[in-house]
Design a protein around this ligand. Structure first.
Ligand code: HEC
Ligand code: HEC
Length: 221
């Protein structure tokens, strides 16, 4: 214990005496570096403002300057709207018409189907719901009394790791009933943060149409 203390004091003493001499030389060598650093700070300072750090380029201390444009939904009646390009390949298209009085969709009232069901859509000039909405992608699953799980008749471990199925139905899949869960009405307004996303479409046709069912396994098979 004593020994260590003594060594410690010795080192400190050495350092103190040694330093004062070395200091001057080091200081000289460091001086130009300091100058460069100082000028770098002077140049860099204006670009690292708080506003430049985030996506939001407005005053961070006030919400007044950050209010977005009011969302204005399409007010054109169904039949006179303009469909827009899909956001990306097989993205759910935006609703180009007014949905006033159509939402919320309830178990007893789904007016969307009234115009978009494939059998009526052509007469309404509406886009028919695609085949994917008449397909069940969930494997038929059963759990026996003993806890054994079967999916599509095959015994499986208790895991979600199972092949994808696509079972055609003669009716719309109930998983598609709540249209507005995926389809939102078109709206206009300026974005505070520019959207620079550029979609890659499989073909020109896909910009205004979909083929989810046909291309489900594209790139996987
Ligand atoms: C009165 C008939 C009618 C009703 C009801 C209706 N639509 Fe439409 N929908 C149309 C027509 C017609 C078009 C074609 C463009 C247009 O006229 O606005 C269309 C277009 C669309 C599109 C765009 C398709 C594309 O290719 O871009 C979507 C999505 C859509 N409707 C969803 C809905 C949803 C969801 C509802 C229910 C909230 C609904 N529609 C209710 C007639 C209707
Ligand atoms: C779970 C999400 C989801 C729900 C719910 C849903 N859709 Fe879609 N819809 C999509 C997606 C994704 C696409 C594009 C890819 C595809 O073909 O499936 C699409 C495509 C469409 C299209 C364009 C078809 C074409 O040929 O381009 C119409 C019209 C449509 N849906 C109407 C409806 C209506 C009406 C309902 C309610 C009855 C509904 N959808 C419910 C996700 C959904």
């Amino acid at each position: 214990m004593k020994m260590r203390l003594m060594l410690g004091t010795l080192t400190a003493a050495l350092l103190i005496t040694g330093c004062s001499q070395a200091d001057a030389t080091v200081e000289k060598a460091v001086e130009p570096v300091k100058q460069v650093a100082a000028s770098a700070v002077a140049v860099a300072a204006p670009t690292i403002t708080e506003e430049s750090l985030g996506l939001r380029k407005t005053d961070l201390y006030s919400e007044n300057t950050t209010t977005g444009d009011e969302t204005k939904y399409a007010t054109t009646a169904a039949g006179s709207g303009v469909t827009i390009e899909r956001a990306f390949d097989n993205a759910p298209p935006m609703i180009p018409h007014d949905v006033e009085g159509m939402l919320p969709i309830t178990t007893n009232n789904n007016s969307c189907v009234g115009c978009h069901a494939p059998e009526v859509a052509p007469s309404m000039n509406a886009t028919p719901m695609p085949k994917s909405h008449f397909t069940d992608f969930r494997p038929a699953t059963a759990i026996a009394a003993d806890g054994k799980i079967t999916k599509e008749g095959k015994g499986v471990d208790n895991t979600s790791d199972f092949l994808t199925v696509a079972t055609s139905l003669d009716h719309m899949n109930k998983a598609r009933f709540n249209c507005s869960q995926c389809h939102a009405p078109q709206s206009t307004g300026d974005l505070i943060v520019e959207n620079t996303f550029r979609p890659d479409f499989q073909s020109e046709k896909m910009k205004k149409g979909s083929s989810m069912l046909e291309t489900l396994n594209a790139g996987v098979e």
